[in-house]
Design a protein around this ligand. Sequence first.
Ligand code: HXC
Ligand code: NAP
Length: 285
Amino acid sequence: MFKEDTLSNKTILVTGGGSGLGLSMAKGFARTGANVAICGRTEEKLLKAVEEIKAIHSSVNVRSYICDVRDHDAVSEMITKMVSDFGSIEGLVNNAAGNFLSASEDLSPGGFKAVVDIVLQGSFNCTHAFGNYLIAQKKEGSILNIVTTYAENTGCAFVLPSACAKSGVLTMTKSLAYEWAEYGIRVNAIAPGPFPTEGAWQRLMPDKSFEQMYLDKIPMKRYGEHKELVNLAIFLMSDLAPYLTGESVVIDGGERLQAGQFNFLNNLMPREQLKQAFKMLKSKK
Ligand code: HXC
Ligand code: NAP
């Protein structure tokens, strides 16, 4: 879909790039010519990921940084170290996240804080450090925030800390897109539906029997493929989208549209049976 040099003039930091969707995006950025930095809390995971990313494109620079995005000072130090390692940074993907299923009445203050600190405070910390670097250097750049479909309108039961934090990140996306446009900094978001990853499935899929129920909510009847999200991320981070800012692109096979009043009929019975029912209604007129 993209040329090998689509991102060749860029160094991009992917937080939480050691696994899941972050690693897939980091690989996609490297495949299209970007130098890539990933960060996370687990050294072993990061080192393995760096080897996998390097294997994709021999001439791009790939590095990892052990950093907890909740720690503003550690994030600032990482950005300073990255500038010295790579020479410059042009892109940031706020992908690191925490989430778990819990009845909200059972949440401890620490559980709420852990997720909000990773998702909202962490995205702020990285954005703040990267934005200040760009502004001081009079450089243009691009920020991409990975949110969720429940961040925009509905909120979400049983993942209250994540729903609150992701809504905050979406609001940060729009606020900064406007405020930092004059510096040439674009800020966008991707809101994915379900894309299988070990991290998400381990925490959000109670057991195998839930799989079919999750799939039934998606009109396309399948999960997203990582490459589908990666292509969107490459486009948003590239110079192909210079006038695109403050946008959140949903990629969910139509899952978010479930609320349509008669949409439930789709899963109620086979299509032919449904058509028969509609015909009977027509003949009653
Ligand atoms: C209730 C829980 C809990 C659980 C932890 N806590 N797990 N509460 N149910 N399952 C509480 C603890 O009791 C503690 O509160 C507080 O959270 C911090 O827990 P720690 O384990 O000490 O914290 P930490 O090591 O920082 O772990 C953070 C974490 C963990 C978020 C809890 O799950 C994590 O590291 N996650 C990172 C990866 C991840 O979550 N990936 C999924 C992203 S998927 P107290 O009060 O006792 O101190 C995603 C998809 C969304 O976002 C959409 C899908 C379609
Ligand atoms: P994942 O594999 O669990 O990835 C999360 C990554 O974040 C891990 O590499 C983790 O590494 C890192 N991380 C967690 N806490 C961190 C911290 N405090 N500091 C630095 N790094 C931290 O999950 P995923 O499914 O790929 O999710 C990626 C993004 O997509 C998240 O923003 C998630 O909310 C979003 N999303 C996913 C789905 C889905 O279906 N998968 C749907 C909607 C939205 P360490 O634990 O080693 O630090």
